[in-house]
Design a protein around this ligand. Sequence first.
Ligand code: AGP
Length: 608
Amino acid sequence: MCGIVAYVGPKDATPFLLEGLARLEYRGYDSAGVAVTGRTGGLKVRKVKGRVADLAADVPARFKGTTGIGHTRWATHGVPSDANAHPHLDGTERIAVVHNGIIENADELRLRLTVDGAVFRSETDSEVLAHLIAAHCGEGVELEDAVRAALGKVVGTYGLAVLDAGQPDRVVVARNGSPIVLGIGEKEMFAASDVSALVRYTRQVVHLEDGELATVRADGFRTSTEDARTTHRRPSTVDWEMDSYDTGGYDHFLLKEIHEQPGSVERTLSGRLDERFATAHLGGLNLDARELREIRRVKILGCGSAHYAGEMGAQLIEELARIPAHSEPASEFRYRNPVVEADTLYIAVSQSGETYDTLAAVQEVKRKGGRVLGVVNTVGSAIARECDGGIYLHAGPEISVASTKAFTSTVVAFALLALHLGRIHDLSPADGRRIVSALKALPGQIREVLAQSDAIAELAAGYADSAGMMFIGRVRGYPVAREGAQKLKEISYVHAEAYPASELKHGPLALISADLPTVALVPDDELLDKNLTTLGEIKARSGRIVAIAHRRPDARLADHCVLVPKSEPELDPLLLNIPLQLLAYHAAVALKRDVDKPRNLAKSVTVE
Ligand code: AGP
């Protein structure tokens, strides 16, 4: 949520800042800004409401400097506007600050700074940082010390970068709850809130820890704690490929990421299946078989699609390992003073590894002595580091705001965990082999579904102008319905509601008419007859139906059907979900939506 970039070096900073911001735009995109300085002194600042392209068009050719910071914003405090865009400046226009996170005591600080003569130009909480840092920038004071002193007065979360026209050879960055990563170049240094802004320039990075600051100069960096103790950080190498950050010939990142799923699922499975013992190996759990046997319950915590993937995961764990499992939105869990039990295994799910609510839920569990594993895509992210162990997805970077390949890989990771737990408990070798073979077949089966993209596009165009859509599924199909409805809402803005098919007649059947089409999950499993009965009930009320099925239902029961290859029943939800991703994508395209950057949303929600 919001993106930060910074540059210090011999070159003109502006091209890097603008390109870096464009790469980070998926994190927030309602306004953008840059500030640069250099040996000639003084700050140059440009900021606009709108996209990074609007900013680039507004930056004149003479806008040059060898040290600079930039920001792309997702509004929390104050509407999207030029004034609320970052960087924010102090009154003398010496200090410029870009900030991700929330300053909780901003009102109180603003009041005190105003009494001292500061004049505020924006409605943001972030602006207090510029005035506060400037207030500590006395004669001969190092910028890092001024930033440290200012942060000592701040309550809240931040990832920030600070520029000082009086000390133009450096940028000071700091992290507390919102990521900052340094990029090490040849006689030049970079910083950003996300490695995706850096990979074109360097693979050598240092992830700051919470509570750390760094002074970054062209020839290196120095990291230290809030109480000014030097820390020693070794760079690590980013292994994600550069082409992960391009659309690679697809019209949108979303379509590319949907089509990447055979490969990303293969990577999630890679080296983890054990055919001899019909189980899965998960080296990162840091729990041996004896410890895993002691687990009496599993609680899964995630937000949005991560929660729905967790619902699928809970069903897999219950079915294969017969351990009671439940998924709960992390955003609710953290606020309800949850009972944390020693024999419950907590699992945090997050693609980005940054979602604040999920991180806070993990911290709540740990504070109460619970054990938390992470199912995370982003290596080294805050949630991954906070957990006691876990499973990395290896799905590759996911740029589009709507999650697709990471969602699928999360469910695959849960299938591996459920298989592992199952084989420690009572899952028979024969059933283990059944699941291992089904997992190996998934990439090829996903390809079969993706091959129907054009047909699904035609179908989507026919339904895109509906005022709303109902998504229904029974038991294993219900989380699929929830995720399908979420995807449609998110990127097409068509209202979508997900219901358990069994619950339809307890209320929502009243909504069914020719104007409200239904997407029904109809797997060929033990509940097929029940599902067909539900289709009949909808048809009796003139409802139109798109069935996602293994076998084409009678034409009187479904207006359209997308056929999906059959896996094992426990894994069927994974494949049934793929056509729903394509349906949402093509509906959004038909409606000319901004598919990769849907309105009001951002990729990772690092605020409460
Ligand atoms: C998914 O399409 C959504 N953009 C959203 O629900 C997302 O899954 C949620 O915010 C959690 O994100 P995370 O996986 O990065 O924690």
